[in-house]
Design a binder for this molecule. Structure first.
Ligand SMILES: Cc1ncc(COP(=O)(O)O)c(C=O)c1O
Length: 392
């Protein structure tokens, strides 16, 4: 018997269009069918054991209570030193760097800190799936501008046309998930010129900053004074040190922006777990792990691309990140005609390799016959996947 006094009140969803993400769906399907999971973006290998030892040491040393709201000073100092060494940006670790619970919390917090109801925020599609719901939670209006299909390069004419007096921020992401495309210095210069006469803020999602291949350099917004002066620059230790489950990142932003960011941050998570911050700070003393990351992943990219080149998958450029996109329209199987999402389900169940449809990164489900594989996997995992994909 139910009593009218005992019931769960009805809700009006804050995010009516959000369901279970494709990443969760594909990972579950991959597990169910024992498929090689090249869908969700995370390594299937472990991090440096020294990093785990450093967390244990920090715990044993008693670093188990709340750290400062802004993050452990040693980690903010290490980050400031890195920003200067790599990108020439001098930033004050006390007033311009905040440690966050990964890039996801960093981006949400930046948006909540600066977007007022009705403000427009430009996103460049395809884009990481949290951006648009984050803007909507802040009461902002997402303005979707496509990257050029095929090349995934920025279309500056369309970006310029999308800027209005209501535009509060633009979110960019280079190296880019899902395409693996990397913005050049000329792209960043052009963006700097475009934004110079505006009040538009920049949220620069740089979580794949250390995965840029073929001798190219990562063009951080930090290198461009006109961008750095208006930017929240977002990094993630999860990507850099193969510890995606630790969920620790940083935001670098000018003091005035950081002050507003921290007002939200302190009532959002307040702070981030202490021993991991200490461990990351000591680990950062040696720059080799992040300086060598590009070569580490370039080897995997090359192994994976060489294998795919022998199939009917058509390779799209892969300049950075640990993702490789492929066009499926020339495959020798009739399933190539399926919508991308259904193709990925078929690929997982019947061929035993999970991938993510590019349509998942567009608000309107734009289907361009392209799927994304993650190659942050052991070489043997990649070889196993290639063997299965060779049938197509
Ligand atoms: C483009 C992009 N931004 C942000 C994130 C989130 O990073 P974190 O795990 O540090 O929250 C990811 C993770 O996949 C990503 O691909």
């Amino acid at each position: 018997m139910t009593s009218p006094a005992v019931h769960t009140p009805a809700l009006t969803s804050r995010l009516p269009n959000v369901g279970t993400t494709i990443f969760t769906v594909m990972s579950a399907l991959a597990a169910e069918h024992k498929a090689v999971n090249l869908g969700q973006g995370f390594p299937d290998f472990d991090c440096d054991p020294a990093l785990v030892d450093a967390v244990t040491a920090a715990m044993k040393a008693g670093h188990n209570q709340y750290p400062p709201m802004t993050g452990v000073p040693a980690l903010r100092q290490a980050m400031a030193a890195k920003m200067q060494a790599l990108y020439g940006l001098r930033c004050n670790p006390d007033t311009e760097i905040t440690v966050t619970a990964g890039a996801t919390q960093a981006i949400l917090t930046a948006i909540l800190a600066v977007v007022q109801p009705g403000d427009e925020v430009i996103v460049l599609e395809p884009c990481y799936d949290s951006y648009v719901p984050n803007i909507e939670l802040a009461g902002g209006v997402p303005v979707r501008v496509p990257l050029i299909p095929g090349s995934f390069r920025p279309d500056f004419d369309r970006i310029a046309a999308a800027i209005t007096p209501r535009t509060r921020a633009l979110i960019i992401n280079s190296p880019h998930n899902p395409s693996g495309m990397v913005w050049s210095a000329a792209d960043m210069q052009r963006l700097q010129d475009l934004l110079a006469p505006t009040e538009v803020l920049l949220i620069s999602d740089e979580v794949y900053e250390h995965m840029v291949f073929d001798g190219q350099a990562h063009q951080s917004a930090a290198r461009f004074p006109g961008l750095a002066a208006r930017a929240f620059i977002v990094s993630s230790f999860g990507k850099t040190y193969h510890v995606t489950g630790w969920k620790v990142g940083t935001v670098v932003a000018p003091a005035a922006l950081t002050a507003e960011f921290r007002k939200v941050h302190q009532f959002n998570v307040f702070t981030v777990n202490t021993p991991v911050q200490h461990a990351l700070a000591s680990h950062m003393a040696n720059p080799a792990p992040y300086l060598e990351l590009a070569a580490f992943y370039q080897h995997k990219r090359d192994l994976f691309r060489e294998g795919l080149a022998a199939t009917r998958f058509r390779l799209l450029p892969g300049e950075g990140t640990y993702f490789q996109c492929v066009d499926i329209s020339q495959l020798a199987v009739p399933e190539r005609e399926l919508p991308e999402a259904e193709f990925c389900q078929w690929l997982t169940k019947e061929i035993g390799v999970a991938a993510i449809p590019l349509s998942a990164f567009y608000g309107n489900g734009f289907d361009q016959r392209v799927v994304r594989f993650c190659f942050a996997k052991k070489d043997d995992t990649l070889r196993e996947a290639l063997q299965r994909l060779a049938r197509l």
